[in-house]
Design a protein around this ligand. Structure first.
Ligand code: GDP
Length: 172
């Protein structure tokens, strides 16, 4: 067997391995995305609560197949707001965002469904309502990049922490 043949065979085997790896990863990712029942934290923010948009937003949530596992209306103090948003503490708008989220009552909910974390973020839309897609809650109910109507956890770890933040006293 010549060196050229060995190199060709090696490259073909490597190519097949890469194709299998990529295919398996995509299928596995899809499988995980569509077969994991998750819980996420959703918040209806102060300006939306004040504008009596709680009902219409909850309608959209239920129409999309989320189950509301728990639900409460709270008014955070500024210190609690800073604790909730601690991951953003180095952002230039940290003071504004804690001031805003503590400016009035909010509605916090535990939502459950298959892929709840990603699906709720899809339904919320982009952070800036001006850039959010048609049909998203932020597009419909958001005012600006700060007053954007709703919040959603962005990972499993965040969902667990945020649910514990508001519902630590809840019976499982
Ligand atoms: P989200 O995960 O889509 O909510 O976006 P981020 O995690 O980046 O930001 C958290 C929240 O901070 C947003 O939902 C807004 O309420 C607020 N926020 C984001 N960007 C800005 C900004 O540029 N200025 C101000 N004032 N608030 C912002």
């Amino acid at each position: 067997m010549t060196l050229r043949t060995i190199i060709t065979i090696t490259l073909v085997i490597a190519g097949i391995a890469v194709i299998f790896y990529v295919g398996y990863s995509l299928i596995f990712k899809h499988y995980r995305r569509s077969n994991t029942i998750e819980r996420t934290l959703a918040i209806i923010k102060p300006e939306a609560v004040q504008a009596h948009q709680t009902g219409p937003i909850i309608d959209r949530i239920e129409q999309m197949g989320f189950t509301i596992i728990d639900f409460r209306k709270v008014h955070l103090g500024k210190e609690e707001a800073a604790k909730f948003y601690h991951e953003h503490k180095n952002k230039s708008f940290f003071g504004d965002m804690t001031q805003y989220i503590s400016s009035g009552p909010i509605v916090v909910m535990i939502l459950e469904k298959l892929n709840a974390i990603g699906d709720w973020r899809d339904l919320m839309g982009a952070t800036n309502p001006a850039k959010a897609k048609d049909g998203t809650i932020r597009k419909q109910f958001g005012t600006n990049i700060e007053k954007n109507a709703v919040h959603g956890s962005d990972s499993q770890a965040a969902a667990q922490q945020e649910i514990a933040f508001f519902f630590a006293d809840r019976r499982k």
